[in-house]
Design a protein around this ligand. Structure first.
Ligand SMILES: Nc1nc(=O)c2c([nH]1)NC[C@@H]1CN(c3ccc(C(=O)N[C@@H](CCC(=O)O)C(=O)O)cc3)C=[N+]21
Length: 363
């Protein structure tokens, strides 16, 4: 869902507006897809509040599995595009510096791009590259006809003005949807859909949809207000008719907010911050956090944990995403979806009507 088009709302984005859905809002987007799939198993279409089993184990929403389904859909559509239009979608990734986490993500993105048949273009700079060098690179990619999508891996080194670089990316190649124009369109009700919706937020919403979870009228609590996750995911949920509260480092009584949430989106960057005891029984937990935690029993000496304490949360929640294997893989596949759609946009084509995957079954 969630990939806006400048021209006619496509099946991909604003698919089949469900009766009663706020037409034209983003919400419409998402929920229509969910609606068109039927209000899934697992959730009984319930969304937060009455899901899962009281006091049992939460349904595990596998981002790994869902992302593989979507990847396969994208691969099929990419082949079709190549056959029918002779064009290969091109994704350029700009990486500055040598953070190991960034290098890992960029490798994963490149691998997935190649696996779905995209052209992958790399632009790597060392730590002390000048702002001008990086800008020149972005400008060159803006003009490169092989490249339909440009991703500037964040964070950039401190001496580089992130906003300046991100703003230099042409709006119709802004695959992260981070430009002022794309974020503005995401925020406007009844405006034109953005060309791309930020990948992690789109991945969170896609997981909800494919799990048959309807957020309309539900209380959604977003933990974190970052430009790349908290803020855009709050906009998306609001467009989906959820009642959204954004909590951040200055929020008082954060547990009180979490306690009434039907949907919790945890994106604050603190390992295992949210405890199961804080949650409303049956709620939906989408854990965006990726933190490494020392673990002497692990091969590498550490393991990845989310912003939610998984074990306690899984006992209370109705649905939960694991870390790893939850939102992370979805982020990458949404990047592929955005790339394909920007490529289609450049050809004057509509968003793709992706084959609807069957509603995801937990476990
Ligand atoms: N311009 C920009 N766009 C981004 O989308 C962007 C970014 N900058 N900067 C950093 C964050 C982080 N991010 C992740 C992508 C994949 C996984 C992922 O696949 N995680 C695996 C585990 C990976 C591992 O083993 O470390 C998982 O959760 O299962 C995680 C995080 C994209 N980001």
């Amino acid at each position: 869902a969630l990939v806006g088009s400048q021209y006619s709302p496509s099946a991909f984005v604003w698919p089949r507006v469900a009766p009663g859905a706020a037409a034209g809002s983003y919400a419409a987007i998402a929920m229509c897809e969910a609606a068109s799939r039927g209000a899934g198993e697992g959730g009984g279409g319930g969304g937060g509040g009455e899901g899962g089993s009281g006091g049992g184990e939460a349904i595990i929403i596998s981002g790994k599995k869902v992302s593989e389904e979507i990847r396969d859909e994208i691969r099929v559509q990419t082949d079709k595009l190549k056959r029918e239009h002779g064009v290969t979608p091109g994704l350029a990734v700009v990486l500055v510096g040598n953070r190991t986490d960034s290098a890992t993500y960029v490798r994963a993105k490149k691998a997935m791009a190649e696996s779905v048949g995209f052209l992958s273009v790399d632009c790597a700079f060392d730590e002390n590259a000048s702002q001008q060098e990086v800008l020149d690179c972005v400008h060159a990619l803006n003009e490169d006809p092989r490249v339909h999508a440009i991703l500037v891996q964040l964070p950039l080194p401190a001496h580089i003005d992130e906003h300046k670089i991100v703003s230099a990316v042409r709006v119709d190649k802004d695959v992260d949807g981070f430009s002022t124009d794309n974020i503005g369109n995401l925020a406007l009700r009844g405006g034109k859909p953005p060309l791309a919706v930020p990948c992690t937020p789109a991945g969170c919403v896609e997981l909800l949809q494919r799990s048959g979870i309807d957020v309309r009228g539900k209380e959604a609590v977003v933990l974190g207000r970052s430009n790349i996750v908290g803020m855009p995911v709050a906009l998306l949920l609001q467009s989906m008719d959820a009642t959204v509260t954004v909590c951040h480092s200055r929020t008082r009584n954060i547990q009180e907010h979490i306690a009434r949430a039907d949907v919790v989106i945890a994106a604050l960057g603190k390992a295992e911050f949210v405890r199961g005891e804080w949650l409303k029984p049956g709620c939906v937990v989408i854990d965006v956090g990726i933190n490494s935690k020392p673990d002497p029993t692990a091969k590498r000496g550490y393991r990845l944990v989310g912003d939610v304490h998984y074990e306690s949360a899984a006992r209370v929640a109705g649905w939960i995403t694991p870390v790893p294997g939850g939102v992370g893989p979805m982020t990458i596949v949404m990047l592929m979806r955005n790339t394909l759609n920007l490529c289609r946009h450049s050809l004057g084509l509509e968003r793709l009507p992706l084959r609807r995957a069957p509603t995801h079954k937990g476990r």
